[in-house]
Design a protein around this ligand. Structure first.
Ligand code: ATP
Ligand code: MG
Length: 263
């Protein structure tokens, strides 16, 4: 299928995820254009991670649709979605704790979309690809370290490395700088800014507003499963609904449509 210039890279319509009576994600519509960097904020429990889980195929939506480059992702597992070009990182540090930093990246290549061999027969090309990604993230000095022993900054970078090594079209980052010091956060701002300059499409979730405002072309704020703000990061603090959510305990009334509308 020919993808026209106006086709969003990622298109979500009415995306909803319920856990029993709780609508963790409630009728989210979202278009992401190629090259865009979107920052998502919102209080704890707003549904940000659950939205990522549904988009990236870790959890099936209760309702709604997700398309990547005009193709539905319905029913595809997370690994198949990675092969279609979407990679993500996790809020909590993921990775194989007992393997070295290098072997974690190698595993990501072997099971990813750029593999030229299987994991147990990792080819020279796969190893070279893993090594060049470590260099890109300035992780060479940690290559042989076992992951459970490395500092949090290295683990955070490793998650980015295992995503980038597959050369995704779109990268989802869940709290990339959560738990980092201010100077480590600065280092990450430079890192993500470099990816942005390279044209990578990104959506990140982050509570650290300094990070969000430095990098996002567009900010979304979620609350109770819905997007309550979609606009320039500079305007977040001026929005009355966002202010009431952060300063008080705003409860958003149910939308007249029921909030889970499909196009
Ligand atoms: N597997 C699950 N079963 C039941 N409830 C869940 C499950 N996963 C998430 N929830 C609930 O869904 C809501 C949204 O959770 P989610 O983790 O998406 O929020 P979040 O915006 O990422 O929060 P935080 O900023 O703390 O990471 C919360 O009320 C959470 O308790
Ligand atoms: Mg979360």
């Amino acid at each position: 299928m020919q993808v026209s210039a106006v086709t969003p890279l990622l298109k979500c319509r009415g995306v909803t995820k319920r856990f029993g009576a709780l609508a963790a994600v409630d009728g989210v519509d979202l278009d992401v254009s190629p090259g865009e960097t979107i920052g998502i904020g919102g209080p704890n429990g707003a549904g940000k991670t659950t939205l990522f889980d549904v988009i990236s195929g870790l959890q099936a939506p209760t309702a709604g649709t997700v398309e990547l480059s005009g193709h539905s992702l319905a029913g595809l597992s997370a690994d198949r979605i990675l092969h279609r070009g979407m990679a993500r990182s996790f809020q909590l540090n993921s990775g194989f704790d007992g393997l070295s930093v290098f072997d974690n990246v190698l595993a990501a290549v072997a099971f990813g979309r750029q593999s030229t061999s299987g994991f147990f027969l990792s080819s020279r090309k796969d190893r070279e690809r893993a090594w060049s990604t470590l260099e890109r993230l300035k992780l060479q000095d940690f290559a042989n370290d076992i992951v459970e022993n490395v500092p949090v900054l290295v683990r955070k970078k490793l998650m980015i490395a295992t995503a980038l090594v597959n050369e995704p079209q779109i990268l989802l980052l869940d709290e990339p700088v959560g738990g980092l010091t201010p100077s480590e956060t600065d280092e990450f701002i430079d890192l993500i800014d470099g990816l942005k300059t390279g044209g990578l499409t990104m959506i990140f979730v982050e509570h650290v507003m300094r990070f969000l405002t430095a990098l996002a072309d567009r900010a979304l704020i979620m609350h109770q499963g819905r997007i309550i703000f979609d606009g320039p990061p500079s305007q977040i603090g001026n929005d009355p609904i966002v202010r009431s959510v952060y300063l008080g305990s705003a409860v958003i009334e149910p939308a007249a449509s029921g909030g889970g509308a499909h196009p």
